[in-house]
Design a protein around this ligand. Structure first.
Ligand SMILES: Nc1ncnc2c1ncn2[C@@H]1O[C@H](COP(=O)(O)OP(=O)(O)OP(=O)(O)O)[C@@H](O)[C@H]1O
Length: 249
């Protein structure tokens, strides 16, 4: 059974069908990319999955649990976390405080049985571990808002990882990045492979083909096809949608 399934998702904006009965499955531990031309409905789909937008029809199931009626916050608690195109950090708070808040939100009642000092120590340790994993230890005391773009995006990923997701939604993690930051982000995503499933929305096709085990192509709110890189590269309709420019042969 797939870890995650979206079934028959529909979203209308007036007369526009931005999600047209979308079915999508993400398997345990896979990196699944969602690509498509501008306006295809990728952000709409991610918003439906994460719960930022209510669906007009359809279902979202994670690990056998129907998340459809749940709020975005409740979905996070059930293991579905996301990062945004624009990093959603608290800009005036330090990196450390951003991490502590995220870890604390995840921990909820689980530290309640510990004494106050022990629980503070456990939170600090968890925040420190995330900072180390995301190469943010040198900037722990800096306000998040003054970090360079690439670091803010890494912090955003760290905040999502604090929730210990089983499915992580990454919405254009490479957007606006230079080659060095992109390389680091690709390495980071690669390092998460197998630990959790990832649904990756990304315009950078080199990154997509490097990372994704499976790729779904969205066009006009519909999944045109799903398959591995070779399947998508060789798909005539995908090539015509991209006019042969963005899907490297
Ligand atoms: N809140 C909204 N109200 C009305 N129309 C919307 C809204 N959000 C998106 N749309 C429309 O829905 C369609 C899908 O948009 P969406 O942003 O999901 O596409 P996308 O694939 O993410 O595009 P991009 O790659 O440019 O980010 C577009 O035609 C867009 O104009």
């Amino acid at each position: 059974m797939s870890l995650f399934r979206a079934q028959g998702l529909v979203k209308r904006f007036g007369g526009l069908l931005a999600a047209d009965h979308v079915d999508l499955a993400v398997e345990q531990g896979e990196i699944h990319a969602l690509i498509g031309p501008n306006g295809a409905g990728k952000s709409t789909l991610v918003n439906l999955i994460s719960g930022l937008l209510p669906a007009d029809a359809g279902r979202i199931v994670l690990d056998g649990v129907d998340l459809t009626p749940l709020s975005a916050q409740q979905r996070v608690r059930h293991g579905l976390a996301r990062c945004f195109q624009i990093a959603s950090v608290f800009r005036s708070d330090s990196v450390r405080d951003n991490l502590l808040l995220a870890v604390q939100a995840q921990a909820g009642s689980s530290f309640r049985c510990l004494r106050r000092r022990e629980s503070e120590r456990a939170l600090m340790d968890a925040a420190q571990a995330l900072a180390e994993r995301l190469a943010l230890t040198e900037v722990l005391d800096r306000p998040a808002g003054v970090l360079p773009h690439g670091m803010q995006k890494r912090l955003d990923v760290a905040l999502a990882l604090a929730a210990r997701p089983r499915l992580l939604l990454l919405d254009e993690p490479m957007a606006g990045m230079g080659p060095e930051d992109s390389r680091q982000m690709i390495e980071l995503i690669e390092s998460l492979r197998g630990e959790m499933a990832i649904l990756l929305i990304e315009h950078d096709m080199d990154a997509v083909f490097q990372l994704a085990g499976r790729i779904s192509v969205l066009v006009n709110g519909r999944v045109l096809t799903s398959g591995d890189a070779a399947h998508v590269r060789g798909h005539a309709e995908v090539q015509s949608v991209y006019l042969g420019t963005e899907v490297p042969a």
